[in-house]
Design a protein around this ligand. Structure first.
Ligand code: IMP
Ligand code: MG
Length: 189
C-alpha cells in the first residue's frame, strides 16, 4: 500500500475531537463511567477524546481482529475481553477508530451488552457508511468519509503508518512495508 492524499489534517482532528468530546459529555448520563477502547487502532483517538472529556472515568480495553494483514474485513471478529475491566451496572462508553462493515462494533457492542452495563454508548472517529454490511450506527461519529482505506492517527495498514499525525488515504501499490526513507515528510519530527 502506498500513501495517498491527506484527507483529514492534524488540526482538523484536534478541532473535531474537542467538539465530539462535548457532544459525548452532554449525552452521557451522570454517575460511574467506564470507557472500553478497541485495540489497537482506537488508542490515539481514545486518549485525546478522554482528555477532552474531562470527566472521571475508568479505562478498559477490548481486542478485536478481523483484518489480518489486508484491507478487507473477514466478517468474522475475534474478540478479547480479558482487559475490559468491570462493566456491570456502570455507564459504558465504547470507543473505536472506524465503523466500516460494522462487524467489529456489532460484535464488541453485543459482547459488552452481555456484561450488563447500566447504559452503553458508542463513539467512533470515522464512519464509512457506504461499506456497511451489518445494520449498526454509532451514537457519536467524528467524521463521515468515503470508501477509501485510510491510515494515520492510530489507524494502520498491516501495522504501518499508525504514527502519522494526519489521516491519509492508502492505496494499493508499493511499498508494502515502508521504512522511514520511503515516506519522507509524513512525520512531524
Ligand atoms: P469493520 O468490522 O469492517 O467495521 O471494521 C472495523 C475495523 O477494521 C476497524 O476497527 C479498523 O481497525 C479496521 N478498518 C476498517 N477500515 C479501515 C481503514 O480504512 N483503515 C484502517 N483500518 C480500517
Ligand atoms: Mg479497529
Amino acid at each position: 500500500m502506498a500513501l495517498g492524499e491527506t484527507l483529514i489534517t492534524e488540526s482538523e482532528i484536534r478541532g473535531r475531537v474537542g467538539t465530539l468530546a462535548r457532544e459525548v459529555g452532554a449525552a452521557l448520563p451522570p454517575g460511574d463511567l467506564h470507557c472500553a477502547v478497541v485495540l489497537k487502532s482506537a488508542l490515539f483517538f481514545a486518549v485525546d477524546l478522554l482528555r477532552a472529556l474531562g470527566r472521571e472515568a475508568s479505562l478498559g480495553f477490548v481486542s478485536a481482529s478481523s483484518y489480518g494483514g489486508g484491507t478487507e474485513s473477514a466478517g468474522e471478529v475475534r474478540l478479547g475481553l480479558e482487559a475490559v475491566g468491570r462493566v456491570a451496572g456502570r455507564h459504558l462508553l465504547l470507543i473505536d477508530d472506524i465503523l466500516d462493515t460494522g462487524h467489529t462494533l456489532a460484535a464488541a457492542r453485543g459482547a459488552l451488552q452481555a456484561l450488563r452495563p447500566a447504559s452503553l454508548r458508542t463513539c467512533v472517529l470515522l464512519d464509512k457508511p457506504s461499506r456497511r454490511r451489518v445494520s449498526i450506527e454509532a451514537d457519536h461519529v467524528g467524521f463521515t468519509i468515503a470508501d477509501v482505506f485510510v491510515v494515520g492517527y492510530g489507524l494502520d495498514c498491516a501495522e504501518a503508518y499508525r504514527t502519522l499525525p494526519d489521516i491519509r488515504a492508502c492505496r494499493p501499490g508499493a511499498p508494502s512495508a515502508p521504512d522511514a526513507k520511503e515516506r519522507p515528510g509524513c512525520w512531524n519530527g
